[in-house]
Design a binder for this molecule. Sequence first.
Ligand code: KG4
Ligand code: ZN
Length: 345
Amino acid sequence: MMHILGIETSCDETGIAVYSGGKGLLAHRVYSQVKLHAEYGGVVPELASRDHVRKTLPLIRSVLSEAGLRGADIDGVAYTRGPGLVGALLVGAAIGRALAWAWQVPSVGVHHMEGHLLAPLLEEQVPEFPFVALLVSGGHTQLVGVEGVGRYQLLGESLDDAAGEAFDKTAKLMGLPYPGGPELAKLAENGDPKRFKFPRPMTDRPGLDFSFSGLKTFALNTLKQALTEELDVEAVRRLKADIARSFEDAVVDTLIIKCRRAVHETGYKRLILAGGVSANRRLRERIKAVMEQEGGHAYYPRPALCTDNGAMIAYAGWQRLKAGQSEPMQFGVRPRWPMEELPAL
Ligand code: KG4
Ligand code: ZN
């Protein structure tokens, strides 16, 4: 039985996990740097790297002990090679590669988005290949046709902001604390969906690409316009909730329209959602209903495995290591790394 240690340090979360080829996920923990970056309103790369240096080894120790394992029980190490912040990536890569050397086991550098893409396979209901994947994170929005591990065809992507980035920027301009996406979604819960009508960008023309930067501007203009009137505290609170709701509906609707199109074009009956934004409740509910209408099925990971985590890296690494892939002593990271460059298994 193969035990793989997974290390994720591409951005502002230190994620560590152990995946067992026979027993599945044995333990996983995520340390979030949210508090560290909150006062700056966004991720400060240098501070992120320094915090990964402090947190990675202690977190590995506690995950190993939770799994009831020692270093000698680990058969391979997987770490995130990219895409991400270069300094942050280097911490996980250096620690992962060095541990593999010390333990005399192979290591592999995993593509962060492949990690997200394979995360639904960690759940009980495993989607069979082929499927369409909607990857929605803070840095990427992509529709991918997936025939197998490493067999990825990019069907469409965002030409400007990623969906998560649009959530974060819109939250910021409405004065919500970092990280804005989940805060905006919370605010939207009590919003009136009918008060404002937001556009559904790029849905009136063919193709599977996205553009989300206009929605943030639309939200800003809507807010400014409404604030030209004198409003009391309660009215401002309601205004922001209503904008949040219309913004969320616009993003979700736009994603759904393109997902449905991708399902028609590929003829695939399964669709998986992955990446931080796939933790969004409304998106999960809508995509499930739409795939049922299409006579197919939607899959997504539990919310803790939607956002950045070590489990998805351990799992993707296990897939590649068991296929015999590994790397030499010399290692490197790839801050930019197109997923189509990955070798098929
Ligand atoms: O995958 P992830 O954890 O990190 C990246 O690889 O970027 O995704 C983080 C993104 C952030 O933009 C965050 O605001 C967004 O996912 N996010 C959400 C929700 N939870 C996280 N966006 C909307 N609704 C949510 N519930
Ligand atoms: Zn991510």
